[in-house]
Design a protein around this ligand. Structure first.
Ligand SMILES: Cc1cc2nc3c(=O)[nH]c(=O)nc-3n(C[C@H](O)[C@H](O)[C@H](O)COP(=O)(O)OP(=O)(O)OC[C@H]3O[C@@H](n4cnc5c(N)ncnc54)[C@H](O)[C@@H]3O)c2cc1C
Length: 517
Protein backbone atom coordinates (compact mmCIF):
# COMPACT_ATOMS: atom_id res chain seq x y z
CA UNK A 1 0.00 0.00 0.00
CA UNK A 2 1.31 3.45 -0.83
CA UNK A 3 1.42 6.02 1.97
CA UNK A 4 -0.12 9.44 1.45
CA UNK A 5 1.72 12.65 2.25
CA UNK A 6 0.41 16.21 1.92
CA UNK A 7 2.90 19.05 1.48
CA UNK A 8 2.43 22.80 1.23
CA UNK A 9 5.35 24.16 -0.80
CA UNK A 10 6.53 27.26 -2.59
CA UNK A 11 5.86 27.17 -6.35
CA UNK A 12 9.57 26.56 -7.05
CA UNK A 13 9.78 23.66 -4.58
CA UNK A 14 6.60 22.09 -5.97
CA UNK A 15 8.08 22.15 -9.47
CA UNK A 16 11.12 20.17 -8.29
CA UNK A 17 10.38 16.40 -8.10
CA UNK A 18 13.68 15.70 -6.29
CA UNK A 19 12.83 18.26 -3.63
CA UNK A 20 9.33 17.02 -2.90
CA UNK A 21 10.42 13.36 -2.96
CA UNK A 22 12.99 14.14 -0.28
CA UNK A 23 10.42 16.08 1.75
CA UNK A 24 7.91 13.23 1.47
CA UNK A 25 10.53 10.66 2.58
CA UNK A 26 11.47 12.88 5.54
CA UNK A 27 7.83 13.26 6.53
CA UNK A 28 7.46 9.46 6.51
CA UNK A 29 10.73 8.98 8.40
CA UNK A 30 12.31 6.88 5.63
CA UNK A 31 15.35 7.35 3.41
CA UNK A 32 14.68 8.72 -0.06
CA UNK A 33 16.73 5.75 -1.38
CA UNK A 34 13.85 3.48 -0.27
CA UNK A 35 11.32 5.40 -2.33
CA UNK A 36 10.42 3.52 -5.53
CA UNK A 37 7.84 5.95 -6.84
CA UNK A 38 6.15 9.17 -5.84
CA UNK A 39 2.86 9.87 -7.53
CA UNK A 40 1.15 13.26 -7.36
CA UNK A 41 -2.51 12.54 -6.66
CA UNK A 42 -3.68 16.13 -6.22
CA UNK A 43 -2.11 19.50 -6.96
CA UNK A 44 -3.66 22.88 -6.28
CA UNK A 45 -2.46 26.46 -6.05
CA UNK A 46 -3.54 28.41 -2.99
CA UNK A 47 -3.18 32.12 -3.76
CA UNK A 48 -5.92 33.35 -1.45
CA UNK A 49 -3.64 35.32 0.86
CA UNK A 50 0.06 35.98 1.36
CA UNK A 51 2.53 34.34 -1.01
CA UNK A 52 1.04 31.69 -3.33
CA UNK A 53 1.54 28.13 -2.11
CA UNK A 54 1.22 24.87 -3.98
CA UNK A 55 -0.47 22.04 -2.10
CA UNK A 56 0.65 18.59 -3.20
CA UNK A 57 -0.93 15.32 -2.17
CA UNK A 58 1.54 12.52 -2.85
CA UNK A 59 1.34 8.74 -2.86
CA UNK A 60 4.69 7.29 -1.85
CA UNK A 61 5.57 3.72 -2.89
CA UNK A 62 8.54 2.09 -1.18
CA UNK A 63 10.83 -0.59 -2.66
CA UNK A 64 9.23 -3.73 -4.11
CA UNK A 65 5.65 -2.53 -3.57
CA UNK A 66 3.30 -3.14 -6.50
CA UNK A 67 2.92 0.11 -8.41
CA UNK A 68 -0.24 1.53 -9.98
CA UNK A 69 -1.19 -0.08 -13.27
CA UNK A 70 -1.74 2.18 -16.29
CA UNK A 71 -5.37 2.96 -17.07
CA UNK A 72 -6.91 0.30 -19.31
CA UNK A 73 -10.39 -0.38 -20.69
CA UNK A 74 -11.59 -3.44 -22.62
CA UNK A 75 -14.30 -2.70 -25.14
CA UNK A 76 -15.98 -5.94 -26.28
CA UNK A 77 -16.93 -6.55 -29.90
CA UNK A 78 -20.53 -5.55 -30.56
CA UNK A 79 -20.60 -6.50 -34.25
CA UNK A 80 -24.00 -8.05 -35.03
CA UNK A 81 -25.54 -6.85 -31.73
CA UNK A 82 -28.71 -4.73 -31.40
CA UNK A 83 -28.09 -1.34 -33.01
CA UNK A 84 -28.86 1.92 -31.19
CA UNK A 85 -28.74 5.24 -33.06
CA UNK A 86 -26.84 8.01 -31.28
CA UNK A 87 -27.36 11.42 -32.89
CA UNK A 88 -24.41 13.76 -32.30
CA UNK A 89 -20.73 12.99 -31.78
CA UNK A 90 -20.16 15.45 -28.93
CA UNK A 91 -19.11 14.32 -25.43
CA UNK A 92 -22.66 13.14 -24.58
CA UNK A 93 -23.02 11.11 -27.79
CA UNK A 94 -19.51 9.62 -27.71
CA UNK A 95 -19.65 8.61 -24.04
CA UNK A 96 -23.14 7.19 -24.60
CA UNK A 97 -21.68 5.14 -27.47
CA UNK A 98 -18.76 3.84 -25.35
CA UNK A 99 -21.13 2.84 -22.56
CA UNK A 100 -23.48 1.12 -25.04
CA UNK A 101 -20.50 -0.94 -26.21
CA UNK A 102 -19.65 -1.90 -22.62
CA UNK A 103 -23.28 -3.00 -22.25
CA UNK A 104 -23.18 -5.11 -25.42
CA UNK A 105 -25.17 -2.83 -27.73
CA UNK A 106 -23.98 -1.54 -31.11
CA UNK A 107 -23.93 2.27 -31.38
CA UNK A 108 -24.42 3.94 -34.75
CA UNK A 109 -23.29 7.52 -34.20
CA UNK A 110 -24.83 9.90 -36.74
CA UNK A 111 -23.05 13.26 -37.00
CA UNK A 112 -23.89 16.21 -39.29
CA UNK A 113 -20.34 17.55 -39.27
CA UNK A 114 -16.98 16.36 -40.54
CA UNK A 115 -14.05 14.46 -39.09
CA UNK A 116 -11.50 16.45 -37.12
CA UNK A 117 -9.05 17.13 -39.99
CA UNK A 118 -11.44 18.62 -42.58
CA UNK A 119 -13.25 20.32 -39.71
CA UNK A 120 -10.01 22.07 -38.74
CA UNK A 121 -9.91 23.61 -42.22
CA UNK A 122 -13.51 24.86 -41.87
CA UNK A 123 -12.74 26.38 -38.50
CA UNK A 124 -9.65 28.06 -39.97
CA UNK A 125 -11.84 29.53 -42.75
CA UNK A 126 -14.09 31.22 -40.14
CA UNK A 127 -11.03 32.87 -38.63
CA UNK A 128 -9.56 33.77 -42.04
CA UNK A 129 -12.54 35.17 -43.92
CA UNK A 130 -15.63 34.73 -41.76
CA UNK A 131 -17.05 31.89 -43.90
CA UNK A 132 -19.21 29.70 -41.62
CA UNK A 133 -20.18 26.22 -42.80
CA UNK A 134 -23.49 25.54 -40.97
CA UNK A 135 -22.56 21.85 -40.58
CA UNK A 136 -18.85 22.17 -39.76
CA UNK A 137 -17.67 24.80 -37.30
CA UNK A 138 -16.62 25.25 -33.64
CA UNK A 139 -19.86 23.55 -32.51
CA UNK A 140 -20.53 20.89 -35.14
CA UNK A 141 -18.38 17.95 -36.24
CA UNK A 142 -16.40 15.07 -34.71
CA UNK A 143 -16.32 15.62 -30.93
CA UNK A 144 -19.01 18.34 -31.05
CA UNK A 145 -18.36 21.58 -29.20
CA UNK A 146 -15.84 19.64 -27.08
CA UNK A 147 -13.18 19.25 -29.80
CA UNK A 148 -11.94 22.82 -30.02
CA UNK A 149 -13.11 23.66 -26.52
CA UNK A 150 -10.83 24.68 -23.71
CA UNK A 151 -11.01 21.22 -22.19
CA UNK A 152 -11.47 22.21 -18.58
CA UNK A 153 -12.81 19.06 -16.98
CA UNK A 154 -14.90 20.47 -14.21
CA UNK A 155 -18.19 19.07 -12.99
CA UNK A 156 -20.46 19.55 -10.02
CA UNK A 157 -21.30 15.84 -10.15
CA UNK A 158 -21.16 14.31 -6.71
CA UNK A 159 -20.57 10.81 -8.05
CA UNK A 160 -16.80 10.75 -7.80
CA UNK A 161 -16.55 7.21 -9.24
CA UNK A 162 -18.29 8.21 -12.46
CA UNK A 163 -16.18 11.36 -12.71
CA UNK A 164 -12.95 9.41 -12.23
CA UNK A 165 -14.02 6.87 -14.83
CA UNK A 166 -14.71 9.67 -17.33
CA UNK A 167 -11.23 11.11 -16.71
CA UNK A 168 -9.67 7.64 -17.02
CA UNK A 169 -11.52 7.13 -20.31
CA UNK A 170 -9.92 10.33 -21.59
CA UNK A 171 -6.49 9.19 -20.37
CA UNK A 172 -6.97 5.80 -22.05
CA UNK A 173 -7.64 7.70 -25.27
CA UNK A 174 -4.52 9.84 -25.00
CA UNK A 175 -5.05 12.59 -22.40
CA UNK A 176 -2.19 13.25 -20.00
CA UNK A 177 -2.52 11.27 -16.72
CA UNK A 178 -2.03 14.63 -14.98
CA UNK A 179 -5.78 15.24 -15.38
CA UNK A 180 -6.33 12.46 -12.84
CA UNK A 181 -4.81 14.52 -10.04
CA UNK A 182 -4.91 18.20 -10.97
CA UNK A 183 -7.40 20.12 -8.80
CA UNK A 184 -8.62 21.85 -11.96
CA UNK A 185 -7.87 19.39 -14.75
CA UNK A 186 -7.46 20.87 -18.21
CA UNK A 187 -6.63 19.19 -21.52
CA UNK A 188 -6.23 22.12 -23.91
CA UNK A 189 -7.57 22.75 -27.40
CA UNK A 190 -4.34 21.54 -29.05
CA UNK A 191 -4.66 18.04 -27.52
CA UNK A 192 -8.42 17.42 -27.58
CA UNK A 193 -8.80 16.62 -31.30
CA UNK A 194 -6.42 13.62 -31.04
CA UNK A 195 -8.33 12.23 -28.06
CA UNK A 196 -11.69 12.64 -29.80
CA UNK A 197 -10.37 10.82 -32.88
CA UNK A 198 -9.15 7.97 -30.68
CA UNK A 199 -12.60 7.63 -29.06
CA UNK A 200 -14.27 7.42 -32.48
CA UNK A 201 -11.68 4.76 -33.46
CA UNK A 202 -12.55 2.72 -30.34
CA UNK A 203 -16.24 2.85 -31.31
CA UNK A 204 -15.55 1.66 -34.85
CA UNK A 205 -12.97 -0.98 -33.76
CA UNK A 206 -15.59 -2.50 -31.45
CA UNK A 207 -18.02 -2.88 -34.36
CA UNK A 208 -19.98 0.36 -33.94
CA UNK A 209 -20.26 3.06 -36.62
CA UNK A 210 -19.60 6.77 -36.77
CA UNK A 211 -21.29 8.32 -39.82
CA UNK A 212 -20.10 11.85 -40.62
CA UNK A 213 -21.87 14.28 -42.94
CA UNK A 214 -25.28 12.93 -41.85
CA UNK A 215 -27.60 15.67 -40.63
CA UNK A 216 -30.76 14.14 -39.24
CA UNK A 217 -33.93 15.78 -40.43
CA UNK A 218 -36.56 13.61 -38.76
CA UNK A 219 -37.35 10.65 -36.51
CA UNK A 220 -38.31 7.30 -37.98
CA UNK A 221 -41.36 6.06 -36.09
CA UNK A 222 -42.89 2.56 -36.39
CA UNK A 223 -45.95 1.42 -34.43
CA UNK A 224 -45.70 4.44 -32.14
CA UNK A 225 -42.04 3.84 -31.27
CA UNK A 226 -38.97 5.68 -32.47
CA UNK A 227 -37.01 3.09 -34.47
CA UNK A 228 -34.39 5.28 -36.09
CA UNK A 229 -33.71 8.61 -37.76
CA UNK A 230 -34.10 10.12 -41.22
CA UNK A 231 -31.36 12.01 -43.02
CA UNK A 232 -33.38 13.33 -45.93
CA UNK A 233 -34.66 10.19 -47.63
CA UNK A 234 -32.16 7.86 -45.93
CA UNK A 235 -33.41 5.96 -42.87
CA UNK A 236 -30.94 4.73 -40.24
CA UNK A 237 -32.58 2.15 -38.02
CA UNK A 238 -31.98 1.27 -34.39
CA UNK A 239 -33.83 -0.15 -31.39
CA UNK A 240 -33.77 3.31 -29.75
CA UNK A 241 -32.48 6.81 -30.50
CA UNK A 242 -30.18 8.79 -28.22
CA UNK A 243 -30.53 12.48 -29.08
CA UNK A 244 -27.28 14.29 -28.18
CA UNK A 245 -27.33 17.23 -30.57
CA UNK A 246 -26.00 20.03 -28.33
CA UNK A 247 -27.35 23.50 -27.62
CA UNK A 248 -26.65 24.94 -31.07
CA UNK A 249 -28.85 22.61 -33.13
CA UNK A 250 -31.77 25.01 -33.67
CA UNK A 251 -33.01 22.80 -36.51
CA UNK A 252 -33.46 19.85 -34.13
CA UNK A 253 -35.58 21.87 -31.72
CA UNK A 254 -37.64 23.11 -34.67
CA UNK A 255 -37.99 19.60 -36.07
CA UNK A 256 -39.30 18.33 -32.70
CA UNK A 257 -41.54 21.40 -32.26
CA UNK A 258 -43.01 21.00 -35.75
CA UNK A 259 -43.67 17.30 -35.05
CA UNK A 260 -45.70 18.33 -31.97
CA UNK A 261 -43.15 16.80 -29.54
CA UNK A 262 -43.25 18.49 -26.14
CA UNK A 263 -40.38 20.89 -25.31
CA UNK A 264 -39.98 23.25 -22.35
CA UNK A 265 -38.53 26.77 -22.21
CA UNK A 266 -35.62 26.96 -19.80
CA UNK A 267 -33.53 29.73 -18.18
CA UNK A 268 -30.03 30.20 -19.52
CA UNK A 269 -27.30 32.85 -19.39
CA UNK A 270 -25.96 35.39 -21.85
CA UNK A 271 -23.42 38.17 -21.93
CA UNK A 272 -19.98 38.97 -23.29
CA UNK A 273 -16.42 37.64 -23.31
CA UNK A 274 -14.04 39.83 -21.37
CA UNK A 275 -10.35 39.75 -22.17
CA UNK A 276 -7.36 41.09 -20.21
CA UNK A 277 -3.61 40.75 -20.67
CA UNK A 278 -2.66 37.52 -18.87
CA UNK A 279 0.27 39.30 -17.17
CA UNK A 280 -2.22 41.63 -15.50
CA UNK A 281 -4.36 38.74 -14.18
CA UNK A 282 -1.19 36.98 -12.94
CA UNK A 283 -0.05 40.12 -11.15
CA UNK A 284 -3.45 40.57 -9.49
CA UNK A 285 -3.99 36.94 -8.50
CA UNK A 286 -0.42 36.08 -7.50
CA UNK A 287 0.30 39.52 -5.99
CA UNK A 288 3.44 39.92 -8.10
CA UNK A 289 4.98 36.74 -6.68
CA UNK A 290 8.71 36.42 -7.29
CA UNK A 291 8.08 32.79 -8.35
CA UNK A 292 5.62 33.59 -11.14
CA UNK A 293 7.54 31.42 -13.63
CA UNK A 294 6.68 28.30 -11.58
CA UNK A 295 2.98 29.09 -11.41
CA UNK A 296 0.34 28.32 -14.04
CA UNK A 297 -1.38 31.19 -15.85
CA UNK A 298 -3.74 32.60 -13.21
CA UNK A 299 -7.50 32.37 -13.44
CA UNK A 300 -10.43 33.90 -11.57
CA UNK A 301 -13.99 33.03 -10.77
CA UNK A 302 -16.34 35.90 -9.99
CA UNK A 303 -19.97 36.06 -9.04
CA UNK A 304 -22.30 38.80 -7.81
CA UNK A 305 -25.97 39.72 -7.54
CA UNK A 306 -26.92 42.92 -9.32
CA UNK A 307 -30.45 44.17 -8.82
CA UNK A 308 -31.56 40.64 -7.95
CA UNK A 309 -29.94 39.13 -11.05
CA UNK A 310 -26.90 36.86 -10.97
CA UNK A 311 -23.80 37.97 -12.91
CA UNK A 312 -20.84 35.64 -13.10
CA UNK A 313 -17.68 34.72 -14.94
CA UNK A 314 -17.92 31.53 -16.95
CA UNK A 315 -15.45 29.24 -18.73
CA UNK A 316 -12.37 31.28 -17.85
CA UNK A 317 -9.49 30.59 -20.26
CA UNK A 318 -6.12 31.69 -18.86
CA UNK A 319 -3.43 32.00 -21.54
CA UNK A 320 -6.11 31.47 -24.16
CA UNK A 321 -7.89 32.84 -27.21
CA UNK A 322 -11.37 34.10 -27.95
CA UNK A 323 -12.90 32.14 -30.83
CA UNK A 324 -15.80 32.63 -33.25
CA UNK A 325 -18.33 29.99 -32.13
CA UNK A 326 -21.31 30.86 -34.34
CA UNK A 327 -23.04 28.16 -36.41
CA UNK A 328 -24.39 30.54 -39.02
CA UNK A 329 -22.78 33.56 -40.68
CA UNK A 330 -25.71 35.80 -39.67
CA UNK A 331 -24.69 35.50 -36.00
CA UNK A 332 -21.83 36.84 -33.89
CA UNK A 333 -21.04 34.37 -31.10
CA UNK A 334 -17.79 34.28 -29.14
CA UNK A 335 -16.35 31.67 -26.85
CA UNK A 336 -12.93 30.89 -25.42
CA UNK A 337 -10.28 28.19 -25.43
CA UNK A 338 -6.68 27.73 -24.40
CA UNK A 339 -3.88 25.42 -25.47
CA UNK A 340 -2.50 22.89 -22.97
CA UNK A 341 0.42 25.20 -22.12
CA UNK A 342 -1.91 28.14 -21.55
CA UNK A 343 0.75 30.38 -22.99
CA UNK A 344 -1.05 33.04 -25.00
CA UNK A 345 -0.57 36.58 -23.60
CA UNK A 346 -4.33 36.90 -23.05
CA UNK A 347 -6.84 35.82 -20.40
CA UNK A 348 -10.49 35.64 -21.42
CA UNK A 349 -13.67 34.63 -19.71
CA UNK A 350 -17.39 34.59 -20.36
CA UNK A 351 -19.17 37.24 -18.29
CA UNK A 352 -22.84 36.49 -18.29
CA UNK A 353 -26.09 37.22 -16.56
CA UNK A 354 -29.03 34.94 -15.98
CA UNK A 355 -31.85 35.01 -18.51
CA UNK A 356 -35.17 33.92 -17.02
CA UNK A 357 -38.06 32.40 -18.90
CA UNK A 358 -40.06 35.55 -18.08
CA UNK A 359 -37.46 37.63 -19.97
CA UNK A 360 -38.46 36.08 -23.28
CA UNK A 361 -42.13 35.57 -22.47
CA UNK A 362 -42.98 38.38 -24.96
CA UNK A 363 -41.81 36.08 -27.79
CA UNK A 364 -43.99 33.14 -26.73
CA UNK A 365 -47.11 34.10 -28.68
CA UNK A 366 -45.04 33.91 -31.85
CA UNK A 367 -42.52 31.15 -31.09
CA UNK A 368 -44.15 29.07 -28.36
CA UNK A 369 -41.64 26.90 -26.47
CA UNK A 370 -38.89 28.06 -28.82
CA UNK A 371 -39.15 31.67 -27.55
CA UNK A 372 -35.78 31.42 -25.75
CA UNK A 373 -34.16 30.29 -28.97
CA UNK A 374 -35.67 33.29 -30.81
CA UNK A 375 -34.46 35.62 -28.03
CA UNK A 376 -30.92 34.22 -28.26
CA UNK A 377 -30.95 34.47 -32.05
CA UNK A 378 -32.13 38.11 -32.00
CA UNK A 379 -29.20 39.13 -29.82
CA UNK A 380 -26.66 37.11 -31.82
CA UNK A 381 -27.90 38.74 -35.02
CA UNK A 382 -27.84 42.21 -33.46
CA UNK A 383 -24.23 41.54 -32.46
CA UNK A 384 -23.45 40.53 -36.02
CA UNK A 385 -25.04 43.68 -37.47
CA UNK A 386 -22.97 45.79 -35.09
CA UNK A 387 -19.72 44.02 -35.89
CA UNK A 388 -17.78 44.26 -39.13
CA UNK A 389 -17.30 42.19 -42.25
CA UNK A 390 -15.90 38.66 -42.03
CA UNK A 391 -17.12 38.04 -38.48
CA UNK A 392 -15.36 41.04 -36.93
CA UNK A 393 -16.99 41.21 -33.49
CA UNK A 394 -18.45 44.27 -31.75
CA UNK A 395 -16.39 45.30 -28.72
CA UNK A 396 -15.82 48.03 -26.16
CA UNK A 397 -13.22 48.77 -23.53
CA UNK A 398 -14.55 47.53 -20.17
CA UNK A 399 -14.14 50.99 -18.62
CA UNK A 400 -16.15 52.59 -21.44
CA UNK A 401 -18.84 49.91 -21.18
CA UNK A 402 -19.21 50.56 -17.45
CA UNK A 403 -19.20 54.35 -17.95
CA UNK A 404 -21.75 54.11 -20.80
CA UNK A 405 -19.56 55.77 -23.45
CA UNK A 406 -18.15 54.60 -26.77
CA UNK A 407 -14.56 53.45 -27.27
CA UNK A 408 -12.59 55.40 -29.84
CA UNK A 409 -9.97 52.65 -30.03
CA UNK A 410 -9.48 49.09 -28.81
CA UNK A 411 -6.36 47.35 -27.49
CA UNK A 412 -4.94 44.24 -29.18
CA UNK A 413 -7.08 41.13 -28.62
CA UNK A 414 -6.66 37.41 -29.27
CA UNK A 415 -9.76 37.20 -31.48
CA UNK A 416 -8.40 36.41 -34.96
CA UNK A 417 -11.34 37.79 -37.02
CA UNK A 418 -10.80 41.08 -35.15
CA UNK A 419 -12.97 43.52 -33.20
CA UNK A 420 -14.57 46.86 -33.97
CA UNK A 421 -15.72 49.51 -31.47
CA UNK A 422 -19.44 49.34 -30.71
CA UNK A 423 -21.69 50.61 -27.89
CA UNK A 424 -22.87 47.23 -26.62
CA UNK A 425 -25.64 48.79 -24.54
CA UNK A 426 -27.19 50.20 -27.72
CA UNK A 427 -28.13 46.78 -29.09
CA UNK A 428 -28.22 44.46 -26.07
CA UNK A 429 -31.42 44.25 -24.03
CA UNK A 430 -31.27 46.92 -21.31
CA UNK A 431 -31.54 44.47 -18.43
CA UNK A 432 -28.58 42.49 -19.79
CA UNK A 433 -26.23 45.44 -20.30
CA UNK A 434 -27.24 47.00 -16.96
CA UNK A 435 -26.56 43.77 -15.03
CA UNK A 436 -23.22 43.26 -16.82
CA UNK A 437 -22.16 46.87 -16.31
CA UNK A 438 -22.92 46.69 -12.59
CA UNK A 439 -21.30 43.26 -12.32
CA UNK A 440 -18.06 44.41 -13.95
CA UNK A 441 -17.96 47.46 -11.65
CA UNK A 442 -18.42 45.16 -8.62
CA UNK A 443 -15.71 42.78 -9.83
CA UNK A 444 -13.41 45.80 -10.36
CA UNK A 445 -13.88 46.76 -6.72
CA UNK A 446 -13.28 43.21 -5.50
CA UNK A 447 -10.36 42.36 -7.76
CA UNK A 448 -8.31 45.53 -7.97
CA UNK A 449 -7.16 46.06 -11.57
CA UNK A 450 -9.91 43.94 -13.18
CA UNK A 451 -11.77 47.04 -14.39
CA UNK A 452 -9.15 48.63 -16.60
CA UNK A 453 -8.78 50.34 -19.97
CA UNK A 454 -6.81 47.30 -21.08
CA UNK A 455 -9.83 44.98 -20.71
CA UNK A 456 -12.19 44.53 -23.64
CA UNK A 457 -15.75 43.19 -23.67
CA UNK A 458 -16.78 41.39 -26.86
CA UNK A 459 -20.25 40.37 -28.05
CA UNK A 460 -21.81 37.94 -27.54
CA UNK A 461 -21.34 34.97 -25.24
CA UNK A 462 -24.70 33.32 -25.81
CA UNK A 463 -24.06 29.57 -26.07
CA UNK A 464 -23.64 28.92 -22.37
CA UNK A 465 -26.48 26.42 -22.16
CA UNK A 466 -29.72 25.74 -23.97
CA UNK A 467 -32.84 27.92 -23.65
CA UNK A 468 -34.98 24.83 -24.43
CA UNK A 469 -35.27 21.57 -22.51
CA UNK A 470 -36.29 18.32 -24.17
CA UNK A 471 -38.24 16.66 -21.37
CA UNK A 472 -37.59 13.11 -20.21
CA UNK A 473 -39.08 10.82 -17.62
CA UNK A 474 -37.03 10.84 -14.39
CA UNK A 475 -36.99 7.04 -14.14
CA UNK A 476 -36.71 5.84 -17.76
CA UNK A 477 -34.84 8.92 -19.10
CA UNK A 478 -37.05 8.59 -22.17
CA UNK A 479 -39.13 11.42 -23.62
CA UNK A 480 -42.49 11.15 -21.77
CA UNK A 481 -44.56 11.01 -24.94
CA UNK A 482 -42.16 9.56 -27.52
CA UNK A 483 -41.25 5.94 -26.86
CA UNK A 484 -37.69 5.06 -27.79
CA UNK A 485 -36.37 8.65 -27.78
CA UNK A 486 -33.66 9.41 -25.17
CA UNK A 487 -32.61 13.09 -25.03
CA UNK A 488 -29.22 13.70 -23.44
CA UNK A 489 -26.40 16.18 -22.91
CA UNK A 490 -26.29 19.92 -23.03
CA UNK A 491 -28.75 20.38 -25.88
CA UNK A 492 -31.47 18.51 -24.06
CA UNK A 493 -30.89 20.60 -20.93
CA UNK A 494 -29.28 17.96 -18.70
CA UNK A 495 -25.64 19.01 -18.76
CA UNK A 496 -23.35 22.01 -18.93
CA UNK A 497 -19.82 21.19 -19.98
CA UNK A 498 -17.76 18.32 -21.30
CA UNK A 499 -17.78 16.06 -18.26
CA UNK A 500 -21.40 16.53 -17.26
CA UNK A 501 -22.45 15.90 -20.87
CA UNK A 502 -20.28 12.75 -20.96
CA UNK A 503 -21.72 11.48 -17.65
CA UNK A 504 -25.27 12.18 -18.79
CA UNK A 505 -24.56 10.30 -22.03
CA UNK A 506 -23.41 7.28 -19.99
CA UNK A 507 -26.54 7.38 -17.81
CA UNK A 508 -28.76 7.50 -20.85
CA UNK A 509 -26.92 4.54 -22.40
CA UNK A 510 -27.74 2.56 -19.27
CA UNK A 511 -31.40 3.59 -19.55
CA UNK A 512 -31.40 2.52 -23.21
CA UNK A 513 -29.96 -0.83 -22.17
CA UNK A 514 -32.85 -1.37 -19.72
CA UNK A 515 -35.35 -0.36 -22.41
CA UNK A 516 -33.93 -2.52 -25.18
CA UNK A 517 -33.17 -5.72 -23.27
C1 LIG B 1 -14.87 27.19 -27.61
C2 LIG B 1 -15.54 26.36 -26.54
C3 LIG B 1 -14.87 26.14 -25.34
C4 LIG B 1 -15.44 25.34 -24.36
N1 LIG B 1 -14.72 25.06 -23.23
C5 LIG B 1 -15.21 24.17 -22.34
C6 LIG B 1 -14.43 23.77 -21.22
O1 LIG B 1 -13.31 24.20 -21.03
N2 LIG B 1 -14.96 22.87 -20.35
C7 LIG B 1 -16.22 22.37 -20.51
O2 LIG B 1 -16.65 21.54 -19.69
N3 LIG B 1 -16.97 22.73 -21.57
C8 LIG B 1 -16.49 23.61 -22.48
N4 LIG B 1 -17.25 23.95 -23.56
C9 LIG B 1 -18.62 23.41 -23.64
C10 LIG B 1 -18.61 21.96 -24.08
O3 LIG B 1 -17.90 21.82 -25.27
C11 LIG B 1 -20.04 21.49 -24.20
O4 LIG B 1 -20.65 21.62 -22.94
C12 LIG B 1 -20.13 20.02 -24.62
O5 LIG B 1 -19.45 19.82 -25.83
C13 LIG B 1 -21.58 19.60 -24.75
O6 LIG B 1 -21.61 18.27 -25.17
P1 LIG B 1 -22.85 17.63 -25.94
O7 LIG B 1 -22.38 16.31 -26.39
O8 LIG B 1 -24.06 17.71 -25.10
O9 LIG B 1 -23.12 18.57 -27.20
P2 LIG B 1 -22.12 19.06 -28.43
O10 LIG B 1 -20.74 18.95 -27.96
O11 LIG B 1 -22.68 20.37 -28.77
O12 LIG B 1 -22.36 17.97 -29.52
C14 LIG B 1 -23.54 17.91 -30.29
C15 LIG B 1 -23.23 17.25 -31.62
O13 LIG B 1 -24.45 17.01 -32.29
C16 LIG B 1 -24.28 17.25 -33.66
N5 LIG B 1 -25.57 17.57 -34.30
C17 LIG B 1 -26.34 18.66 -34.11
N6 LIG B 1 -27.43 18.61 -34.89
C18 LIG B 1 -27.35 17.46 -35.57
C19 LIG B 1 -28.18 16.86 -36.56
N7 LIG B 1 -29.32 17.44 -36.98
N8 LIG B 1 -27.79 15.68 -37.09
C20 LIG B 1 -26.64 15.07 -36.69
N9 LIG B 1 -25.82 15.61 -35.77
C21 LIG B 1 -26.17 16.79 -35.21
C22 LIG B 1 -23.33 18.43 -33.71
O14 LIG B 1 -22.68 18.52 -34.96
C23 LIG B 1 -22.40 18.12 -32.56
O15 LIG B 1 -21.27 17.42 -32.99
C24 LIG B 1 -16.72 24.76 -24.57
C25 LIG B 1 -17.39 24.99 -25.78
C26 LIG B 1 -16.81 25.77 -26.76
C27 LIG B 1 -17.53 25.99 -28.07
Amino acid sequence: MPQTVTLSLTPKQAADAKFYTLQAARTLGISDRDVALVRVVKRSVDARRGRPKVNLSLEVYVDREPQPAPVHFDYPSVAGRTPVVVVGAGPAGLFAALRLIELGLRPIVVERGKEVLPRKRDVAAINRNGAVDPDSNYAFGEGGAGTFSDGKLFTRSRKRGDYNKALQTLVFHGASPEILYEAHPHIGSDRLPRIITAICRTICDAGGDVLFGHRITGLHVEHGRVRGVCCGTTVIEGAAVVLATGHSADDIYMMLHDAGIALEPKPFALGVRIEHPQALINAIQYRNSSEMEYLPAASYSLVSQEGGRGVYSFCMCPGGFMVPAMTDSAQSVVNGMSPSERNSPFANSGLVTEIRVADFEYLRPRYGDLAGLAFRREIEMAARRNGGEHQIAPAQRATDFVAGRGSSSLPAVSYIPGVVPSRLDRWMPDFVSTALRQGIATFGRRMHGFLTDEAVVVGVESRTSTPVRIPRDAATLMHPSVEGLFPTGEGAGYAGGIISAALDGERVAEAVNSYVK
